[in-house]
Write a protein that binds this ligand. Structure first.
Ligand code: GLN
Ligand code: ZN
Length: 754
């Protein structure tokens, strides 16, 4: 049995590619130096794969920004405005990725979108009627040659035409199928050139096959590949899928003349059923995604071996990962703070290669490799390190009524109105204020033990006092403390929750040069101590206006962590919900009358198939949020906040979260969300962000007034709040102060006019 991987984390062991690219952006190194760094990393990674005994080694998975963008550029999908800049190929590439402002012109970047159900983001190819899809680039070929020169025959990988054209946006009258013929021609040329270079296999990624597909789309896929595969010559073609099963297209897929088919047995719940029901052709190789490419836990060898045996009945099996290893950190080797007992359970990208190799060896010769299997069996026989019977018990004993807040939303609204005495169109912010240099320095110094806790806290209190004074001065109605103590909305809470672990170097690429370091849920979650109470309470002493307590919700904490695999996501989320519930009740007991529970990432783990949305996710995610606030008094007002996503299609579920008030990131989507709210008669009071905090631009009073009137055209005035569309932490002080002043003035003017 051979081994294969779909892709490798190109950013490098210590994020070398990120740092080199950012230096290039700052003009500290030349294009040649950046190219040289890329070459060095590619070669290092290929060698690593060779050393780990991987049989199918990819090339073309390296990228200076994003592989979807690479494919677009290779195929000449570059809108005229970027070509008109007449920059070098590398500069044009980065203009597409990041926009360009300079002597040659001024263009914005392509749109960026979440890559399926991951936290990776791809650049959305932009196609118009002038687009001439044809093979123009050569990185795929030069990378193949580069590896060949180093003695490695790689399997180039490229995103397939079906997925590429499905993910693209169309600005003219032409649609995806208008480009199929050109795509067939271009991919056929790729086949020819690779074959000439001595390439044996090409991997074509078609993850779009795991989405809900209509019969018409399946037919399009079939026609497309029937024509394309007729031109493959002697080249072997692997069609690679991931992030789920291909239930809508399985029969058509296996009937096409591919040489290899890559299926995901980890997230693809129905993959095995599909094989059993419809069989798998003997003349094709099954690339079985059995080692999880998305999570960081060791593989259970016994389970995998059993499955391999079952799959081998269908014919030739190559052992593979479930998706590209891009989605996990590079290596455990640089984690010095975690104990061996803990890291023994982990497997990052490099360690996953070793797992593939172990499994290959065991399959080849079980007796000689018994030690490998036994070590793994011992590991899985052990109980996980930090179980907490009490927590499990609390989750177990939850009943229906724990998820229901009484009295009802409508009744609460009038109780809270009398209690809080807020004006109509109350103004507020989303929580964070600018994280200036001194704020970050204060945290860094404290972390490095350079200042005492007293000094650290005193500084934060001073900042809070300034922040509160400013909000009072400009006349905001509901104040915040500013979140100066927080580095990140998940890590900050994780640090005070038992059951969480933090890594030092376990970065994962989120987009371009941006990487994130998700914490790891290691055990049952409980709150070890109050987290936010002291600062919120202090902030409330400074003002007579209501001070909003500020928390991150359980679904977002879960979605931005590496979750456990031994219990369900639902169970971990409920544990988190109970921990945050304690914090909510503590805030309430300490005089905080309004509490905001952010669910910025609510949509992140929404299943790819709409039919699974409720049963697999929303049916527990929404109740988990309700659990957090179900026990507060009717007078306590619960807010939530959401961003980074589209909401229209899950708007009813958002209403079912039963918060009293919700603020949305809405200004960039032109307030489209208002129609969706109106349509379902959204019950929750709502603050659709009135300006975009992702830009330093200061909105004028006039334009804010117009925006507010637009909102009031769609929503009843007694339900509307006025706020920016997200937290202000990434903004500068001057623009923030100016924008907020204008926001309050605009709200006052509109109030005066009604
Ligand atoms: N309360 C957080 C803040 O203001 C919310 C952040 C977010 O939505 N991403 O920073
Ligand atoms: Zn936000």
């Amino acid at each position: 049995m051979k081994t294969s991987i779909i892709g490798f984390p190109r950013v490098g062991e210590l994020r070398e590619l990120k740092f080199a690219t950012e230096k290039y952006f700052r003009k500290e190194i030349t294009a040649e130096e950046l190219e040289a760094k890329g070459k060095e990393l590619r070669n290092k990674h290929w060698q690593l794969l060779v050393d780990q005994g991987i049989d199918f080694i990819p090339s073309g998975d390296f990228s200076f920004f994003d592989t979807t963008l690479d494919a677009a550029v290779l195929l000449n999908i570059v809108p005229e405005k970027y070509q008109a800049l007449q920059l070098s190929p590398l500069e044009t590439y980065f203009a597409l990725a990041r926009g360009y402002q300079g002597e040659a012109g001024d263009v914005t970047a392509l749109a960026m979108k979440k890559w399926f159900n991951t936290n990776y983001h791809y650049m959305v190819p932009e196609i118009d009627d002038e687009t001439e899809l044809k093979l123009v680039g050569d990185t795929l070929f030069t990378n193949f040659n580069e590896a060949k020169a180093a003695g490695v025959i790689t399997r180039p990988t490229i995103i397939g035409p079906f997925t590429l054209l499905k993910l693209a946006t169309y600005h003219g009258s032409k649609q995806a199928n208008d480009f199929y013929d050109a795509a067939i021609e271009a991919y056929a040329q790729i086949f020819d050139r690779l074959a000439e270079l001595g390439c044996e296999w090409l991997q074509i990624d078609e993850p779009a096959l795991v989405l809900d597909l209509s019969p018409a789309e399946v037919q399009q896929f079939k026609d497309l590949y029937q024509n394309l595969l007729a031109k493959k010559g002697n080249l072997n073609i692997l069609v690679q899928t991931y992030f789920g099963d291909v239930r809508d297209a399985y029969q058509e897929l296996v009937a096409l003349p591919f040489d290899g088919i890559g299926l995901d047995f980890v997230e693809g719940r129905k993959t095995l059923d599909l094989l059993e029901e419809y069989g798998f052709p003997k003349d094709k190789t099954l690339f079985a995604g059995l080692v999880n490419g998305k999570n960081i836990w060791k593989n259970n060898y016994q389970q995998t071996l059993t499955l391999i045996e079952e799959l081998q009945k269908f014919g030739d099996v190559v052992l593979s990962t479930s998706c590209s290893l891009l989605h996990v950190p590079f290596t455990l080797a640089n984690e010095s703070l975690l104990t061996k007992e803990v890291t023994n359970h982990f497997s990052f990208a490099v360690e996953k290669l070793a797992e593939l190799n172990d499994l290959k060896k065991i399959v080849a010769d079980k007796e000689t490799n018994r030690d490998l299997l036994n070590a793994n069996l011992t590991l899985f026989a052990q109980d996980r390190f930090s179980k907490n019977g009490q927590v499990a018990q609390r989750v177990e004993s939850l009943t229906e009524k724990d998820f229901i807040r009484l009295p009802t939303l409508g009744e609460r609204a009038s109780i809270q109105k009398n209690k809080l005495k807020l004006p109509i169109l109350p103004t507020t912010t989303i929580g964070s204020f600018p994280q200036t240099k001194d704020v970050k320095q204060n945290r860094a110094k404290f972390k490095k033990d350079e200042i005492t806790e007293t000094e650290y806290t005193a500084f934060n209190q001073e900042k809070i006092a300034e922040c509160v004074a400013f909000q009072e001065e400009i006349g905001l109605d509901v104040l915040v403390h500013g979140e100066f103590e927080r580095n990140d909305m998940v890590e900050y809470f994780g640090e005070s929750l038992d059951g969480y672990l933090f890594t030092e170097k376990a970065w994962v690429q989120s987009y371009g040069t941006r990487c994130v370091k998700p914490p790891i849920i290691w055990g049952d979650i409980s709150r070890s101590k109050p987290i936010t109470v002291a600062y919120s309470k202090y902030a409330q002493t400074l003002t007579d206006k209501p001070m909003k307590g500020m928390l991150t919700g359980p679904v977002t904490i879960l979605n931005w962590s590496f979750p456990r695999e031994d219990i369900s996501l639902r169970e971990s989320t409920l544990q988190l919900a109970l921990a945050i519930q304690e914090e909510v009740l503590d805030l309430e007991a300490n005089g905080i009358k309004i509490i905001q529970i952010d669910e910025a990432a609510l949509r992140e783990k929404l299943p790819l198939r709409q039919t699974d949305w409720h049963t697999e996710y929303l049916d527990w995610a929404i109740p988990a949020f309700r659990l957090v606030h179900s026990k507060v008094q009717s007078t306590t007002q619960i807010h939530t906040h959401m961003c980074y996503s589209e909401f229209a299609d899950i708007i009813q579920d958002i209403d079912n979260m039963d918060a009293d008030v919700i603020s949305f990131e809405a200004s960039r989507s032109n307030l489209d969300i208002l129609d969706a709210l109106k349509k379902i008669d959204f019950q929750t009071q709502v603050g659709p962000g009135v300006y975009d905090i992702h830009s330093p631009r200061v909105p004028s009073v006039d334009e804010l007034e117009v925006t507010i009137h637009n909102i009031l055209n769609k929503l009843p005035i007694e339900k509307v709040w006025i706020n920016p569309d997200c937290g202000l932490k990434t903004r500068g002080v001057l623009e923030t102060e100016a924008s907020l002043k204008n926001l309050v003035l605009a709200a006052k003017k509109v109030r005066g006019g009604v």
